[in-house]
Design a protein around this ligand. Structure first.
Ligand SMILES: [Zn+2]
Length: 393
């Protein structure tokens, strides 16, 4: 396991203590602003909630932010105006973990792959390779004998082509999730030129990535009609009305929910990572948009009879960003120091089986997500190195 380096900040706090302080102040912000109460790990989900949740077939939706946001721009008093939906609508209905550690590599593809396998993956972040360990999608489909149409990933296009299935010999090709990369689809649709979708097609905010040939389980443009009942013209027409790649992703997500009703759905957003450009206002705009899109998705879940009442929604950043005091960092812009602020993040769980309005401040890990989903849905994440979060199972 990769250990957090024991670094010190100006106040002389080590990485572990800084992480703890971040978690505790985040907990206090939530208690003050959203009225959450401190939960006991011994309580678990309430039996009535559990019974309610299993009456219908259980579904799980995961939303990750590729490129986390710091507390200064979110949960801290000076940032709360940027996340009105997360703070006042979603958090009070959630079980909120204030101390989630990511001890892996802080690149977006590799970190999302780690979230999806429950193992800190070590693949090259800037290559288009599948995760080494089985993904949550493979565990889900194999153990529960589900068809390919039952689990989907919608992700940005910077290298996420192969996130749907691993190269594990026990699982692998043909056993994972279909992957939809809306920007790749839009790129293919506009290949003939003559359209201006530049604001939606901007891809990687960090390093130029050679766009590799499609592989794995990525959906191609010609499949759009069959899977989403969406013509290329309608797709392009809708793209003209959205202002960001994440809005385009959310359009695809809603379409998937309507046409396929997948039981396991994974959405990775990426607008916030525009912070790498150094433009603080664009970073804050993206936080506000992400806040709105999360609430919009939660509303969609609650108003869709296939999802309402039997769905657990997880919302979490892949990791954080550098603090203003990290030596060698550049504040909000990057996540390159590996310091406590860039590793200490949070997760909220809402919906079926969740004890509402409860905050947990004990340290948990990013790799605990997959075994937790397994415990909720009834499959075993055998090779994951995380542990199920007992309060949710
Ligand atoms: Zn980034």
């Amino acid at each position: 396991m990769i250990r957090i380096p024991s670094i010190r900040n100006e106040a002389g706090l080590t990485g572990d203590r800084l992480a703890r302080e971040l978690s505790l102040t985040r907990r206090d912000f939530l208690r003050d602003a959203a009225g959450l109460a401190l939960g006991s790990a011994l309580l678990g989900a309430s039996p009535s909630l559990r019974a309610q949740a299993i009456r219908k077939k259980r579904k799980v939706v995961v939303v990750t932010f590729g490129g986390g946001a710091r507390d200064q721009e979110t949960f801290a008093p000076e940032g709360q105006e940027n996340i009105p939906h997360l703070l006042t609508e979603l958090a009070p209905q959630s079980s909120f973990y204030t101390h989630m550690m990511n001890q892996g590599i802080l690149g977006h593809y590799v970190a999302t792959a780690s979230l999806a396998t429950g193992v800190y993956e070590t693949l090259n972040n800037f290559s288009v390779t599948p995760p080494e360990h089985p993904t949550v999608f493979e565990y889900f489909r194999k153990d529960l004998k589900r068809p390919a149409s039952n689990t989907w990933v919608v992700a940005p296009s910077n290298g996420f082509n192969r996130i749907g299935e691993s190269n594990s010999r026990l699982y692998g090709p043909g056993t994972g999730a279909g992957v939809i990369l809306p920007k790749h689809l839009l790129n293919a649709a506009t290949a003939s030129g003559g359209h201006d979708y530049g604001h939606l097609l901007r891809d990687n905010y960090e390093t130029l990535l050679d766009v590799a040939p499609a592989g794995g389980s990525e959906v191609e443009l010609e499949q759009l009609d069959r899977i989403l009942k969406l013509s290329v013209d309608d797709f392009m027409g809708h793209a003209r009305t959205v202002s960001s790649p994440d809005e385009l992703s959310m359009y695809i997500v809603k379409r998937l929910m309507r046409e396929e009703s997948p039981d396991l759905l994974w959405v990775t957003m990426h607008d916030i990572d525009i912070a790498h450009s150094g433009a603080y206002s664009l970073y804050v705009d993206a936080i506000r948009r992400t806040d709105r899109l999360c609430a919009d998705l939660w509303k969609t879940i609650q108003s869709d009879p296939e999802y309402a009442g039997n769905t657990t929604l997880f919302v979490l950043p892949d990791f954080g960003r550098d603090s203003d005091t990290d030596a060698g960092g550049n504040g909000f812009q990057h996540h390159r120091t590996g310091g406590a602020a860039s590793r200490t993040t949070w997760m909220m769980a809402l919906g079926a089986g969740v004890r509402e309005g409860t905050v947990y401040d004990r340290p948990v890990q990013s790799i605990d997500l997959v075994p937790t989903i397994g415990a909720i849905m009834g499959f075993s994440a055998k090779l994951s190195q995380g542990r199920p979060l007992m309060e949710l199972t």
